[in-house]
Every structure is written in structure tokens, then in C-alpha cells.
Design a protein around this ligand. Structure first.
Ligand code: FDA
Length: 305
């Protein structure tokens, strides 16, 4: 692991650094670049801005690894409130929600996660939009796919996420290729027996993309990698996929110029927008991905402290 990456991930667990980041004026700007804000109104404001520039949105209420049912319930309530607002503001056709099952009780019981996710799916349907189930570390994959299959019996458009770094994923893509699937590289530290290294992960991404494009589903290619964006575009043309039968996805604040460029070329581009009071861990992961961001951020913090 890059030394800066380990440093930033260590900082993610440090209370003194957390306080500094939360209060330093400069970090407010950095936070705002990657996180819409703490509440529903912030999420709606950013959604309106992004959809106004021709991009679609998927909203993530930040928080994962919920260890108690009350916290899971608060997360469900946050999604219900958000969906109501999206509907009321006429934003639902261009904005869906992303849900992490561990945030709605998966660590407590799969049944609780299913019940809670069902409530979010039912509300999303009423509001005229959809839900995608984020994928977390590999120990949750089977459970998440079981919950997904159950949800799809009532809400077939519920989105799946598959991670190309997992050795199992090509088989999952083949099985899911007739449905709505987001393909990502994968964001968790996984052991070698289940996950590929960097280069193999990229090759796997292309193999998985081919499997999804060959199906009759709606693939969603989530990556900022310029090489993969180009290859996916070429493969989509090779499979005679018209724009609108698949989409690109990127994170809020990451390569915004590229997001706009793709949208202007007629591609469907969806931006993953996190919001909520638990932004700190998310921000640290984004910084850890890009050493250049970290250096800039650390310098700015030091000069303001
Ligand atoms: P990677 O990080 O390997 O970067 C490849 C290249 O992309 C870089 O060399 C650079 O050129 C460019 N690049 C990347 N980041 C950049 C930046 N900040 N600025 C400029 N250029 C940059 N993961 C997961 O496990 N479960 C999930 O449910 C999701 N969901 C999800 C949704 C969406 C919409 C996205 C975009 C991502 C996810 N992820 C995820 C995260 C995903 O697994 C992965 O960790 C990140 O997308 C980073 O991988 P990339 O494919 O962007 O390439």
C-alpha cells in the first residue's frame, strides 16, 4: 500500500485529526467537493445542480456497519425523507438512491436488512425511482446477492453492484447480465485468495464489461479510469449498444470535467452523491485513493492550523 494511503487511513481512526478536519475552514471546502453536505436539503441542492447540467444522480446516505436496530431505522427514515423530497421537487426521474445493507442492519440480521431495504424500495417505487444495493466487503457478497434476489421479486429494477477485483465476479456478471448492474473495481482491502491484484482487476473489469454488454440488462460502468472509460465506450459500440442502454457513473467531485464531457457527447452519466453527518470516513477513503489530493489537503490544513 502507498505510504500516504496508509497514513490517511490511519488518520481516519484518529479523533484529534477528525476534530481538526471538521473545524478547519479549508477542510470545509474539501469536504464540500466530495460530499453534498450533512442533510436532505444539501442532497437536494446538489442533485438539482447536477441534473441541471444533464447528469443523473444516485444518492448515498453516509453510514455503514450499523450495529444497532435504532441506527438502522434512522438510516431508513433518512432515505424515506430523501425520496419524498426528490419526488416533491420533480427530481425523481433523474435521481435514484444507493443503499449499503450494513447501514440498514445486515450485521444484525439478513432479515432486518431485507425488511428495511424493502421499505426503501417500496418508497422509491412510489416516488418513481429506483434503488441500487452498494456492494461491501467480500464476506457480505453472498448475503447481499440473496437480499437482492428477494427484492427483485417485487422490484425487478433494483440495481446490483459487482466488483471486478473479486475472482468470483465474472460468473456473477454472467448470472446478472439481464438486469441492472453497476460494475466497479472494488474499494475494500481484500485477501489474495478472493481478490486479484491491480492489473488483473483491470483485465477482469473488461471481461465483466463484455459479459454485461452481451446481456439484455442495463450495465452501469462506475470508474474514473480513462483507459476503462475508453474501452467500455468501444465495447458498447461493438455490441451495438445505443447511448441510454447503459451508463457511466463517477463519484461526486471526481473528474467533473470528464463527467460533463461524456454527458455532452450524449452518454448517460450518473454521479454518486454521498451526504449525511458521517462524512469523515468517506472523505478519508477518497483522499487515500489519490496521494496528490492528500498532499494538497495536508498542506492546507497545516497552514490553517
Ligand atoms: P482507480 O482508482 O484504479 O484509478 C484509475 C485511474 O482513474 C487513475 O490512474 C486516474 O487516471 C483516474 N482517477 C481515479 N481517481 C481519480 C481522481 N480522484 N481524480 C482524477 N483521476 C482519477 N466500490 C465498492 O466496493 N462497492 C460499491 O458499491 C461501489 N460503488 C461505487 C459507485 C460509483 C459511482 C463509483 C464511481 C465507485 C464506486 N465504488 C464502489 C468504488 C470503486 O470500487 C473504486 O474504488 C473507485 O471507483 C476507484 O476506482 P477507479 O475505477 O476509479 O480506478
Amino acid at each position: 500500500m502507498h505510504p500516504l494511503r496508509s497514513l490517511v487511513l490511519a488518520a481516519a481512526g484518529n479523533d484529534a485529526i477528525r476534530r481538526l478536519v471538521a473545524t478547519a475552514p479549508v477542510s470545509r471546502d474539501v469536504v464540500r467537493r466530495f460530499v453534498a453536505g450533512e442533510n436532505t436539503a444539501d442532497a437536494i441542492r446538489v442533485t438539482r445542480e447536477l441534473t441541471g447540467s444533464g447528469r443523473k444522480v444516485t444518492l448515498d446516505h453516509l453510514g455503514e456497519d450499523t450495529q444497532d436496530a435504532e441506527q438502522a431505522e434512522r438510516t431508513v427514515q433518512a432515505y424515506l425523507e430523501l425520496l419524498d423530497r426528490l419526488h416533491a421537487e420533480g427530481l425523481a426521474p433523474a435521481a435514484e438512491v444507493s443503499v449499503k445493507l450494513t447501514a440498514v442492519g445486515q450485521q444484525l440480521s439478513e432479515r432486518l436488512a431485507l425488511d428495511n431495504a424493502s421499505r426503501v424500495c417500496a418508497a422509491a417505487e412510489q416516488c418513481g425511482t429506483t434503488v441500487t444495493l452498494d456492494m461491501e466487503d467480500h464476506t457480505t457478497t453472498d448475503s447481499t446477492l440473496r437480499v437482492l434476489a428477494e427484492l427483485r421479486r417485487t422490484w425487478p429494477s433494483t440495481g446490483a453492484v459487482v466488483q471486478s477485483y473479486l475472482r468470483r465476479t465474472l460468473a456473477d456478471c454472467v448470472a446478472l447480465a439481464d438486469s441492472r448492474v453497476r460494475l466497479v473495481k472494488g474499494a475494500y482491502a481484500e485477501p489474495e485468495n478472493v481478490a486479484f491484484g491491480r492489473h488483473e482487476t483491470d483485465l477482469s473489469y473488461v471481461r465483466c464489461a463484455n459479459a454485461l454488454l452481451a446481456g439484455n440488462g442495463y450495465p452501469m460502468f462506475a470508474t474514473h479510469d480513462p483507459r476503462l472509460v475508453r474501452i467500455v465506450g468501444e465495447r458498447a459500440r461493438w455490441y451495438d449498444r445505443k447511448p441510454g442502454t447503459y451508463e457511466f457513473q463517477m463519484l461526486f467531485g471526481v473528474r467533473p470535467d470528464e463527467q460533463r464531457r461524456l454527458a455532452q457527447e450524449g452518454e448517460t452519466v450518473r454521479v454518486y452523491v454521498p451526504y449525511g453527518s458521517q462524512w469523515y470516513g468517506y472523505l478519508m477513503r477518497r483522499l487515500a485513493e489519490r496521494p496528490a489530493n492528500t498532499v494538497f489537503f495536508a498542506r492546507a490544513l497545516v497552514s490553517h492550523s
